[in-house]
Design a protein around this ligand. Sequence first.
Ligand code: FO1
Length: 315
Amino acid sequence: MTKKAKVLALSGGVGGAKLALGLAKLLPPDQLAIVANTADDFCHLGFPVSPDLDTVMYTLAGLSNAEQGWGLANETWQFMDATEALGGETWFRLGDRDIATHTARRQYFDQGLTLEKATALLCEALGVEQQLIPMTNDTVSTQVRTDNAWLDFQDYFVRQQCQPMISEIRFNGMESAAPSIAFDAALAAEPAAIIICPSNPFVSVDPILRIPSVLPKLKQCRAPIVAVSPIVNGRAIKGPTASMMKGLEMPVSVVGVANYYRDIIDGLVIDSSDADQAKAIEAMGIKVKIADTIMSNEQDKLNLAEHCWQFNKEF
Ligand code: FO1
């Protein structure tokens, strides 16, 4: 019996994890593979941190601090308090339980395992049955340009709370990065659907799409490429997407998102509040699905996942 094709979701950040959870509620675990951005990863206080992988992993394990959008529920901060007492850095909050994840990951690396193998072992330990795949095992690091300085991503995103306007983004190491083995295999296995989650197109989705060979392989898939707009009614639900679009001189709207993705996607899911912009998007040759894309609770996440699945069948 041929293995049923998997839905392939490309995810980064908080919005991505929400739809990933909706898809996990909709689909049997063996029919969902989530590829997460790893260009936000960095080594901090000696710990290898993979924010977008961990946000999806904790979310699917039912352990995440949903209000915060990252990290674990019921977290304690003894390590941070002790670090502060020693005059160490506490701008990037590492919870005591979260540190166990980073320590396990570092031990796997020390044993010579790849990021994708380490991720599979962490998911197994936490009971996550869906396949969570890092986009690459190589080091790709996002930097953003503000005024005349290049900032590392977490410095911009967390330490400076996305305040500076940015004019340029670069992904160091991208030219020599390869898709992870499982990512390549998922692309070769003819996915049943390809869904770009409502993540930041510039710093969460782009790194995944820019890995050499990924875009051509995505376009070779029979499944349509469908994205969910991270912009609703001219605003980003969370994070710096809107301010980045301003900095990059793009219209902060679903049309702006459609235009950015126009050479990649076949369809765009937009919120009902943006229904009046559907025609302009369809004029670009992109099919539009109108749905409630703001995910405030578990039911919203499942509903949006269902809309994406149905939309995929309309091509
Ligand atoms: N985001 C914050 O705004 N403040 C933090 O202190 C913070 C700590 C943190 C620790 C582990 C982790 O996996 C994520 C963490 N994040 C924090 C979120 C992270 O910066 C973002 O989720 C991604 O990098 C962007 O999607």
